[in-house]
Ligand binder design. Structure first.
Ligand code: GLC
Length: 441
């Protein structure tokens, strides 16, 4: 009996210590290092993959089509990705010039893409495939030197303790009412513990779905216990970076800030998005067509040029670019995506030096493009327009040289004072995608 009281007391004490620690959160040295790495990495592959891929109509289909839960539960039986080859996916990401992969461990349908022990609503227990794809992917990422992040949905339309319901999923028949939200959060923490214990070093957790319970501003209808969950993650893996797609300013305990489908500062996506740029490393994510999960009729493919422009702009805004694919239920990434990714890879191979390891030049986004900087170099990325003369802030430093990045041919420095330099491109062949001028200070 005594023992029980003592352990309860210790548990309460520990919980308090954990809760306290996040409001005062100081990232561990491993985390600081991870942030640095992240900012240098610049480019990642987002993967939305789940049993919804079978229906080929995006990852929200359970909600959109108001599929009764019992019917949706038949879907895993049809999910048999026999052509999945982790090595192929990771090699494709590498050939594109990507440095990390962020894959959906669990989306809003609650289905676990790994062998969860706290639920049987998972790939090993419910599908004919029976294999833990996250295990295979994590091993392959390690082998090929790519970091792995997990997208993890707070929101869960399947777990019976996710109650009260949030703003979405109310019309899915068969959802149980009367669950206990704290029990749901214990379940979520238990699943996160599995993900951070059995899959080696995880680059980060990319949360989504907080907004399902949003009331106004940063207030929510339930207590998400973020502090407790964040502490748990940082306790299990101090270097694991936490980001949350909540579309408001970062909360204590977070390590990076994302802008969904927007360059930093934009708030066009998400529920009443109202997020200002904070001090954390930044990321923006985008789709290759208009869907996250596999969508068989969505053929509005963005061009290679547009996607490279988005990546370059993201770098100019000091953000990483996380580019999404929604693989098919057979385990393949569709050829249209593969082709564009390989073309992007051709570009990053030649021009990556002006992107990786750089930082954006603050306030330097222009009508014609953006600037990135590394060491004593500044790269002008001229993405559009007919201008030949460019005014560049030089922050009081002497501009030593200006050349085209492509062939190091000279670019004329017209004039220079303490604040700015004027350069002029003469006789230059404008690149189809990005004319890069390298300035050395
Ligand atoms: C949104 C959607 C979700 C998608 C995510 C990616 O939050 O709910 O389906 O996973 O954006 O950014």
């Amino acid at each position: 009996m005594k023992k029980t009281i003592l352990s309860t007391f210790l548990l309460v004490l520990c919980t308090h210590a954990l809760v306290f620690s996040q409001s005062d959160y100081k990232p561990a040295p491993e985390n600081i290092e991870a942030r640095q790495w992240f900012q240098d990495a610049k480019f990642g592959l987002f993967i939305h993959w789940g049993v919804y891929s079978v229906l080929g109509d995006g990852e929200w289909i359970l909600n959109q089509r108001k599929i009764p839960l019992k019917s949706y539960e038949k879907l895993p039986e049809a999910f048999n990705p026999t052509q999945f080859d982790a090595a192929e996916w990771v090699s494709l990401a590498k050939a594109t010039g990507m440095k990390y992969i962020t894959i959906t461990s669990k989306h809003h349908d609650g289905f676990a893409m790994w062998d969860s022990k706290v639920s049987d609503w998972d790939i090993v227990d419910r599908t004919p495939y029976k294999k833990d794809v996250l295990k295979m992917l994590s091993a392959e990422c390690k082998k090929q030197g790519i970091k792995l992040f997990f997208y993890h949905s707070h929101l869960d339309w399947h777990q019976p303790d996710y109650y009260p319901f949030g703003a979405t999923g109310k019309e899915i028949a068969g959802r149980k009412t009367g669950g206990n939200f704290n029990k749901y959060l214990d379940y979520m923490d238990a699943q996160l513990t599995e993900l951070l214990t059995n899959y080696g070093d995880i680059g980060g957790i990319w949360f989504d779905g907080w907004w399902d319970q949003k009331s106004k501003g940063t207030a929510t209808n339930i207590d998400w216990r973020l502090s407790k969950t964040y502490s748990l993650i940082h306790k299990l893996q101090p270097g694991c970076m936490i980001g949350n797609n909540h579309h408001v300013e970062p909360f204590p305990g977070e390590d990076f800030q994302m802008f969904e489908k927007d360059l930093p500062g934009g708030n066009s996506a998400g529920f009443n998005a109202d997020s200002k740029i904070g001090a954390l490393p930044l990321e923006t994510c985008e789709t290759m067509n208009n869907s996250w999960g596999f969508n068989i009729t969505d053929n509005k493919y963005k061009s290679t040029k547009d996607l490279i422009h988005y990546m370059v702009k993201a770098a100019g805004y000091n953000a990483n670019f996380l580019l999404n694919v929604g693989p098919m239920s057979n385990g393949k990434i569709q050829p249209e995506f593969q082709q564009t990714l390989r073309e992007m890879g051709e570009w990053t191979k030649v021009n990556g030096e002006t992107i990786y390891g750089t930082r954006g030049v603050p306030g330097a986004a222009r009508e014609w493009g953006v600037m990135t900087t590394k060491g004593d170099k500044v790269y002008l990325h001229i993405l559009k327009g007919e201008d030949a003369t460019f005014i560049i802030p030089n922050y009081g430093k002497k501009l030593k040289s200006a050349v085209l990045f492509k062939d190091k041919s000279k670019v004329k420095i017209v004039t220079e004072d303490k604040e700015m330099a004027v350069i002029q491109l003469s006789n230059y062949n404008k690149e189809e995608i990005d004319t890069i001028v390298e300035l050395q200070f």
